[in-house]
Design a protein around this ligand. Structure first.
Ligand SMILES: Nc1ncnc2c1ncn2[C@@H]1O[C@H](COP(=O)(O)OP(=O)(O)OP(=O)(O)O)[C@@H](O)[C@H]1O
Length: 269
């Protein structure tokens, strides 16, 4: 097993004067009890772009992604320090209302996890909890979200059908529709296509590329082709740190760090 120098890093900084940063972390550390899973990650995510988080298993990609909308709060013994900056607010502050914050920073998980309810109710459930009751408005949001998730044409005549009767790929696009129904600014996705066949995967990828017009997307993926196909930026994680962060094109053609080069070319370790 090759040893890599964890201090040898290359992290691009965005030009902050353009106000193009949707979300950023500053020296983020995450501990599970005594195990430090994220060791000081500072990254900026550009608005209306897709950023992929890549790296070997156990390097902290999911932990980092889940921290961005405080999903790790729900795990006992977790401690998070550093800042998560969103519109001049530190989302890691105790004062933040996590329920409200997740309206702005939505998440889609690895396995499609629709509720055991109708397609329509899957999308309206959270909206109703957030106080939206007007039927016409709800109908419109259901239609727009399903269209944005490229599912409307397939389900528009069966909105009362159980979501569990959809295929895996359709269920995952329903979960994306459910997340965007809340109109978040940021969409976090943790390996959203890893449980899907190649055709469903390419539909999800197409959906994400279309969605970046309206959303800033951060996605964890193990699939190198996927990262290079869909993302504008890529961060290479290794042992709880980011060793390299740059435009995806550079990461896959001219990486500056040896570990990144080895990883993306399949010669890692
Ligand atoms: N709920 C948890 N409780 C304790 N330790 C955890 C928990 N989740 C992750 N870890 C540990 O944190 C480290 C990072 O794990 P994480 O799942 O974030 O990595 P990953 O890069 O997403 O891995 P994979 O690609 O395999 O999904 C690992 O050492 C893992 O064992």
């Amino acid at each position: 097993m090759k040893e890599y120098n964890l201090d040898d890093t290359h992290i691009v900084q965005l030009n902050e004067t353009e106000q193009n940063i949707a979300l950023a972390t500053d020296d983020l550390h995450v501990w599970y009890g005594p195990n430090e899973a994220i060791k000081g990650v500072s990254l900026q995510f550009e608005k209306n772009k897709i950023t992929s988080l890549i790296g070997p298993s156990g390097c902290g990609k999911s932990t980092y992604l889940r921290s961005l909308n405080r999903m790790n709060d729900e795990i006992d013994g977790t401690n998070i320090t550093g800042k998560i900056l969103y519109k001049n607010t530190d989302l890691n502050s105790k004062a933040v209302d996590v329920f409200e914050m997740r309206k702005h920073v939505g998440m889609v998980f690895q396995r499609p996890n629709p509720f055991s309810k109708s397609i329509y109710e899957n999308i309206t459930f959270a909206l109703k909890r957030h106080g939206k009751k007007d039927k016409k408005e709800l109908d419109e949001i259901v239609e727009t979200s399903l269209k944005q998730a490229a599912l409307w044409d397939q389900v528009k005549d069966n909105l009362n059908k159980s979501a569990l009767a959809l295929s895996g790929g359709q269920q995952q696009r329903l979960c994306i529709a459910r997340a965007i129904a809340m109109k978040p600014d940021i969409l976090l996705l943790d390996e959203p296509a890893s449980a899907l066949d190649p055709i469903s995967t390419s539909k999800v990828e197409e959906t994400l590329i279309n969605l970046k017009e309206d959303y800033t997307i951060v996605i964890v993926t193990h699939n190198m082709q996927q990262a290079s196909r869909i993302s504008d930026y890529t961060a290479f994680f290794y042992m709880g740190k980011v060793l390299e962060y740059d435009k995806t094109r550079k990461i896959f053609t001219r990486p500056k760090i040896q570990a990144t080069d080895d990883y993306v070319s399949g010669h890692f370790g």
